[in-house]
Design a protein around this ligand. Structure first.
Ligand code: B12
Length: 231
């Protein structure tokens, strides 16, 4: 028997907590022992019934939950599996909100085009960055792995004003990261280009003309916010 929260604010807090725990709905047993208890799906439905706007549910519950997970991941308090199941729960909540946003479209803070550079097949880190940006309210266009500069250029042309994220995990493919930054700069000199991946450093980002480097998704979100507020 689950006690019903008294206020809408308390329902939103339950959504936020369930995102962080990866508790998608009553039918899932994540975390173990929670089978039958309401999750993101049920609490989002209740928040809607109580009159919370989809925008509020998105910002104060789903995004807040993913932001918290991003910070805990950066602090090594949770690890890749927890981030993945939190992102899955957030998507369950988003699916409930989508019909309510049909007319105006899902709100978005902006577009992030992200991909792993040419010659590089590593995508776990890039995917985590994409998920947490999505959780923070960004529309994320994921170009996948082994992306030649032309692929980034086409996406930048199709999404004027987008930010770009480049990922590289090999010292050998850091070279194609530099070439990709150069090509993007030639086409869109003002573009914000973030770079990351285990071998990438702040100094290397500066050397190749990227706008900034971040070691993890939470830092990347903060960096992009600060670069945008400087514009
Ligand atoms: C998993 C893995 C693989 C998997 C990749 C599976 C996949 N789908 O991604 C497979 C088996 C395919 C693989 C292949 C190879 N790998 Co590998 N791989 C790894 C391993 C073990 C983990 C990488 C990883 O996912 N880390 C976890 C994620 C979460 O961390 P991350 O990627 O760094 O991402 C974080 C940050 O860097 C940042 N970030 C990442 N991208 C971005 C982008 C932006 C914009 C921002 C802001 C931030 C950001 O945020 C993320 C989250 O915090 C590493 C070793 C290691 N411990 O790093 C080796 C490693 C990267 N691989 C290595 C090598 C050599 C190879 C191979 C060449 C092996 C071979 N001889 O075939 C091939 C290359 C294939 C290719 N062409 O890409 C070397 C690289 C050495 C070097 N200095 O160049 C490493 C370091 C292993 C080692 N110690 O030798 N690999």
């Amino acid at each position: 028997m689950v006690e019903e929260p008294q206020s809408t604010q308390a329902v939103l807090a339950r959504v936020c907590a369930c995102v962080q725990a990866g508790k998608s709905d009553a039918n899932t047993d994540i975390p173990p022992g929670s089978l039958g208890q309401p999750g993101v799906a049920e609490w989002v439905e209740m928040a809607i019934e109580r009159g919370a706007s989809p925008q509020t549910i998105l910002e104060e519950a789903l995004t807040a939950g993913m932001n918290a997970i991003g910070k805990r991941f950066a602090a090594n308090e949770v690890f890749i599996p927890e981030v993945l199941i939190a992102a899955r729960s957030m998507h369950v909540g988003l699916a409930k909100l989508k019909p309510l946003f049909v007319e105006q479209g899902m709100p978005s803070r902006g577009v992030l085009v992200i991909g792993t550079v040419l010659g590089d097949l590593h995508d776990i880190g890039k995917n985590l960055v994409g998920m947490l940006f999505e959780g923070a309210g960004w529309k994320v266009i994921d170009l996948g792995v082994d992306c030649p500069a032309e692929k980034f250029l086409a996406a930048v042309a199709e999404n004027p004003g987008c930010a770009v994220g480049l990922s590289a995990l090999l010292t050998t493919t850091m070279v194609s990261m530099g070439e990709t930054v150069k090509s993007i700069r030639a086409q869109a000199p003002q573009a914000i280009i973030l770079v990351g991946g285990a071998p990438v450093t702040e100094a290397y980002a500066r050397e190749i003309g990227a706008s900034g480097y971040a070691p993890d998704p939470a830092a990347a979100i903060e960096l992009l916010d600060s670069l945008l507020s400087d514009e």
